[in-house]
Design a protein around this ligand. Structure first.
Ligand code: PEP
Length: 249
């Protein structure tokens, strides 16, 4: 389904989980979400993208890649390009996830160049930002996130091809969800910061929250001002849990 920035977005990042047998999980999920007014996206590992695209065609589920290289092709062993994701049928890509930044040494120029390349290949980008615990404990998290946004949002961005995911690193995979106040304050800060960006003159992009979202806390998080959806890791692996999050919007 084509991305609609006026709808809530529920995105699931499978990280390095899932083999071909997981197709059964996707079929069950598709049966559960046979009607929805949300953008529902799954980001399986690269090896499963083509299969999942095939299974999910003519359903409400869209498929994306978890990262891409900033070049189209070349001597970049272990990398996947945006055009390869497009070729496999993906419509979305996550850029700048904190795990990818940490594991693959993604600096800011790298992140913005990936975004350009993804847009050239007509992929909708979810750009992740988030501070670690030391930045937050020093009280520098607002400045840190502003800088990350300036360094990651490309001139080619607009609200139809870009979403921002605020994912505090200390909340990812820890069960330590950010408090309602922390989410509210940071999403307001991101919303105000993006308003000053030339490329968002016609309207701000959706801002997702990510970090230990689960069926129990999803409804409350989705009701916070300026939270336009969630990026879910662990809880997206199980079709029942992920569907509960979808239903809680
Ligand atoms: C993520 O992978 O982006 C994430 C938020 O993970 P989790 O929901 O497991 O914290």
């Amino acid at each position: 389904m084509k991305f609609n920035p006026d709808l809530i977005t529920i995105a699931g990042n499978w990280k390095m989980n899932g083999h071909k047998a997981a197709a059964a999980e996707i079929e069950k999920l598709i049966n559960l979400i046979n009607e929805t007014d949300a953008n529902i996206i799954l980001f399986p590992p690269f090896t499963l993208i083509s299969d999942f695209v095939e299974i999910s065609k003519s359903s409400y589920l869209s498929i994306g890649g978890q990262d891409c290289h900033h070049k189209d092709s070349g001597a970049f062993t272990s990398s996947i390009s945006a055009s390869m994701l497009r070729d496999a049928g993906a419509d979305y890509v996550i850029i700048g996830h904190s795990e990818a930044r940490a594991l693959h040494g993604n600096d800011s120029s790298n992140v913005i160049n990936k975004t350009y390349n993804a847009h050239e290949n007509n992929l909708v980008t979810i750009i992740c930002v988030g501070e670690d615990l030391s930045v937050r404990s020093e009280g520098k998290h607002y400045d840190f996130i502003s800088k990350q946004l300036e360094n990651a949002v490309a001139r080619t961005s607009n609200r139809n091809n870009t979403l921002i995911a605020y994912e505090p690193i200390w909340a990812i995979g820890t069960g330590d969800t950010a408090s309602i106040e922390d989410i509210q304050d940071m999403h307001a800060h991101i919303n105000n910061t993006l308003k000053d960006f030339d490329m968002f003159k016609k309207g701000n992009p959706s801002i997702l929250y990510g970090g230990s979202v689960n069926p129990k806390n999803a409804a409350q998080i989705l009701s916070i001002n300026n939270v336009n959806g969630v990026l879910v890791g662990g809880s997206s692996l199980d079709h029942i849990e992920f569907n509960e999050i979808i239903k809680s919007k």
